[in-house]
Design a protein around this ligand. Structure first.
Ligand SMILES: [Zn+2]
Length: 102
């Protein structure tokens, strides 16, 4: 389960991404989402994926499953936000929340 809700030291609860290899919290551009297309994709197809820390954990996934397509976690989360059909005003509000969280 790559996303979990975590209770933080400041007593807030927030969604975190977990590396499927080492179990540590995956950090923005130091983590990847990895997947392997089937080769005969049709619009609407969805692919299973793993989240892995860059470098060492990503190498573990590649060695086990062959070379995977990858995208930095922070970029992938931008696509996730877009695919929730959030409008620009709501996205700006979310970015303001990110600034408040620090
Ligand atoms: Zn890892």
């Amino acid at each position: 389960m790559p996303f979990k809700l975590r209770f933080h030291e400041d007593h807030t609860t927030g969604l975190v991404a977990i590396c499927d290899v080492c179990g540590q919290i995956a950090m923005g551009d130091d983590a990847n989402i990895l997947w392997r297309p089937s080769g005969d994709e049709k619009p609407g197809d969805c692919h299973p994926y793993v989240i892995a820390c860059r470098d060492e954990c990503t190498r573990v996934v590649d060695l086990k499953h062959g070379h995977q397509y990858s995208q930095n976690l922070d970029v992938a989360l931008g696509y996730l936000l877009n695919n929730t059909q959030t409008d620009l005003e709501r996205a700006r509000h979310t970015m303001g929340l990110l600034a408040m969280i620090g």
